[in-house]
Design a binder for this molecule. Structure first.
Ligand code: PA5
Length: 323
């Protein structure tokens, strides 16, 4: 499965090739993105990028529920790698009734057929890989549509730079992933992925990767919200084993001070710490670099633990009997 992560450069190249292939010009009130798991997190990334530098509000739903206020004035992305996820299909049906402008991002399945039958804009994603490993392609698919439809969050030039940055930092990402997987394996217990805003989506993504690939639970802690709740939880925690992975943007002085504060509390609790600095000039570059390190580390940890990173048995069980 490592090869699927090492293939991210190729996915970004494909995303750049498709950039602008789908345009949905019009005047929209907001962008809404629906998807689950490895597809839903793409919405979180677009929303985080838009908070930093967007021109239109981006809302995300990782559920079968959709907000009542959606209307024909809204632009909606339905994202499902397989094209078959039940919650995402239900969300699609509900949104279609509201007559919002819909774009489908998928590699296959029922949603691809729905796009064809209803003549909806469709962006085909590389086929035959694990949904969560298709993150870069699905992300560039949405960013490309927005950029070429007058709602740019990331320009094509910035997307090219992010592709170059990931290519240049590939070797370092592999080395860091190796160190990180060994660190988590050495300390066992519950790993905490700790960071500062605006990198919450990155640590949620990391959590999901360690859940699905390495088969372990993970805790997420994000400053400065951390300073208003988690911080008190560390006053008298149960005697469990923890390890902390502190992720920071070295160019963000406030963010760095916040995670230094977290670090002190972890040290007071005798929690071992691994630190990861995000490389890149832009937020997008940092997000992609961090995602690659965490994804590769989760696969390496799976190998160390002797579990198959590709198989997500409990998700399959749930999907078979989803209510
Ligand atoms: O990465 C995975 O395998 C999961 O998190 C899936 O993304 C999730 O179950 C939703 O499936 P899909 O992405 O096909 O809609």
């Amino acid at each position: 499965m490592e090869d699927l992560y090492l293939g991210w450069i190729e996915q970004l190249r494909k995303g750049l090739e498709q950039w602008g292939s789908v345009k949905v010009p019009g005047k929209y009130r907001l962008v809404f993105i629906a998807g689950m798991g490895g597809s839903g997190i793409v919405g979180d990334y677009v929303a985080a990028l838009s908070n930093v530098k967007g021109s239109i509000p981006v809302l995300v739903s990782k559920s079968h529920l959709v907000p009542n206020f959606l209307s024909r004035d809204d632009l909606v992305f339905i994202v499902s790698y397989s094209g078959n996820t039940l919650e995402t299909r239900i969300a699609y049906e509900k949104i279609a009734e509201k007559k919002s402008r819909i774009v489908i991002v998928s590699s296959n399945g029922l949603l691809e057929s729905i796009a064809t039958e209803n003549n909806l804009p469709f962006i085909p994603i590389v086929k035959g890989i694990a949904p969560r490993t298709a993150l870069p392609h699905m992300l560039y698919a949405i960013l490309g549509v927005l950029d070429s439809s007058g709602y740019s969050i990331v320009s094509r030039d910035e997307a090219v730079d992010a592709y170059e940055n990931l290519k240049n930092n590939m070797k370092e990402a592999v080395d860091k992933a190796y160190e990180l997987s060994s660190f988590i394996d050495e300390h066992k217990g519950l790993p905490i992925l700790a960071t500062h805003t605006p990198f919450e989506a990155l640590v949620v993504r990391g959590k999901n990767e360690f859940n699905e690939n390495s088969k372990i639970p993970v805790k997420v802690e994000v400053a400065p919200e951390w300073m208003h709740n988690d911080i008190v939880g560390w006053e008298k925690p149960f005697e469990n084993k923890y390890s902390a992975i502190i992720i920071r943007d070295p160019s963000d002085d406030v963010g760095s001070k916040l995670v230094d504060f977290m670090k002190k509390i972890y040290i007071n609790n005798n929690i071992p710490i691994y630190e990861l600095e995000l490389h890149g000039k832009t937020f997008l570059e940092k997000l992609l670099y961090g995602s690659l390190v965490l994804g590769l580390a989760s696969v390496k940890l799976a190998r160390i633990r002797g579990v198959d990173p590709l198989v997500t048995e409990n998700i399959t069980l749930y999907k078979k009997d989803a209510p």
